[in-house]
Design a protein around this ligand. Sequence first.
Ligand SMILES: *[C@@H]1O[C@H](CO)[C@@H](O)[C@H](O)[C@H]1NC(C)=O
Ligand SMILES: *[C@@H]1O[C@H](CO)[C@@H](O)[C@H](O)[C@H]1NC(C)=O
Ligand SMILES: *[C@@H]1O[C@H](CO)[C@@H](O)[C@H](O)[C@H]1NC(C)=O
Length: 481
Amino acid sequence: MSFISLFLGAILVAFVFYFFSYFRSKIRNGQQDNTSLPPGNLGWPLLGETLEFLRTARNGMPGKFITDRMQKHSTHVFKTSLLGKPTAVFCGPEGNKFLFSNENKVVVTWWPTPIQNLFPSSIMASTGHDTKRMRKVFAAFFKPDSLQRCVGTMDAVTKLYLQSEWEGKGEVKVFPMVKYYTFSLACSLFTGIEDPEYISKLSTDFNILLKGIISFPLNFPGTRYNHAIRAANRLRKEFQVLIEQRRVDLSERSSSSSPKHDLLWCMLTTTDENGQLMTEKEVLDNILGMLMGGHDTTSCALTFLMKYLAELPHVYDEIFKEQMEILTTKEPNELLTWEDIHKMKHSWAAANEAMRLAPPVQGNFRKALSDFTYAGFHIPKGWTLYWSVNSTHMNPDYFQEPEKFNKSRFEGNGAAPYTFIPFGGGPRMCPGKEYAHLEILVFLHNVVKKFKWETVFPNEKFIVDPLPTPAEGLPILLHPH
Ligand SMILES: *[C@@H]1O[C@H](CO)[C@@H](O)[C@H](O)[C@H]1NC(C)=O
Ligand SMILES: *[C@@H]1O[C@H](CO)[C@@H](O)[C@H](O)[C@H]1NC(C)=O
Ligand SMILES: *[C@@H]1O[C@H](CO)[C@@H](O)[C@H](O)[C@H]1NC(C)=O
């Protein structure tokens, strides 16, 4: 009896070994002949691994979804299924470099269905070559000399804002305050809207819109996606009125008067190489997209910077010293200039370090234009591709002791290529990068000049929905100098 069971056991073990080595060799051969799909799990039909992806993010660990799978499957590329599409996730600097440098060749920017439907003709949702005219508009607005002119305005607005909203208060909640500040500034610089009550009203709908952009595109009453569609329609109506009014102003103005050179003005007057203006629909979609993109990410970067400066007094002191040195070169009441911004080296290094640890944007999508091979795996045409910040930002190979705040990583030579990517990269890098740079430093200058601060909840949790946000809004105690 025992002999037979031993014999059967041996056969079983042999079988297991056989199967094991068979599949292993199959996988290995697949790697060598470039025909197998990347390793990974496609999850449930349709849903794929979307729920897991969203859940880890809402728990404040968006990168965990990626890093768990990198450990389990491959550190180069793995497959999953997100938002209803089979997806290959590219990891590490090689993955980032591949996606950023093959734009319009092997891959093309792709946006999740909610974004495509909410801003159908905007530069955010568009792909490939149809974006030339819009790129030209943004280049006109975001070009260095236009932005240089913005610095003084930003400084003046920021001073007023801190005077009226922060001074004389013992405690403020950083996140909602900074979000209101960045939104007001975007409204003013992009569209000329300055009425605080109207700005608050618009801001409510923009928040609803934001919650719907990374959601499952189920359009029935009660879903986030449905709320977002309705908010976008309300906002379109508001901006339609503004555009009408601008058109009238433009046609009535004599060439001698100088119109406001805001983003809306650029959109209404910049033509492409065929002399075509943007259509009204394009202007609307782009204004919505830019107002959203132009304030949410920056408010998130500023919030985390404020948090780290509260927790790390030695970093605060260094920045305070740098900003005071700039101040001593200026007349009382003289506004900041572009040259001043470029002296803020330690401040910018600290801002970069905050964006490395708490990146406002977690990653982005591309689509495969044709079948191709990457790292020995076959990627089929039409698949969604994804890059994520955390596969490099939190990787000890590129940032020693990655969980530590150490701004000297961004002093000297800075980060290695394709490892620090808070603004994406390649031809589709965030067009507002320089704008964000100015806004962060102008705010930092003004806030550091007036206050020191400490957090109310030392270990406040944060959630990512879809941007990282402190769970309590980061209340701080203000200590004026
Ligand atoms: C696999 O693809 C790589 C890169 O595309 C190529 O250099 C290599 O020759 C391919 N290997 C085989 C066995 O086809
Ligand atoms: C980023 O990845 C690391 C591992 O590399 C992981 O421990 C961490 O939780 C991730 N961070 C976020 C914010 O998801
Ligand atoms: C900070 O980073 C720099 C360079 O990356 C390194 O030389 C230094 O030891 C780090 N400092 C701390 C306190 O970890």
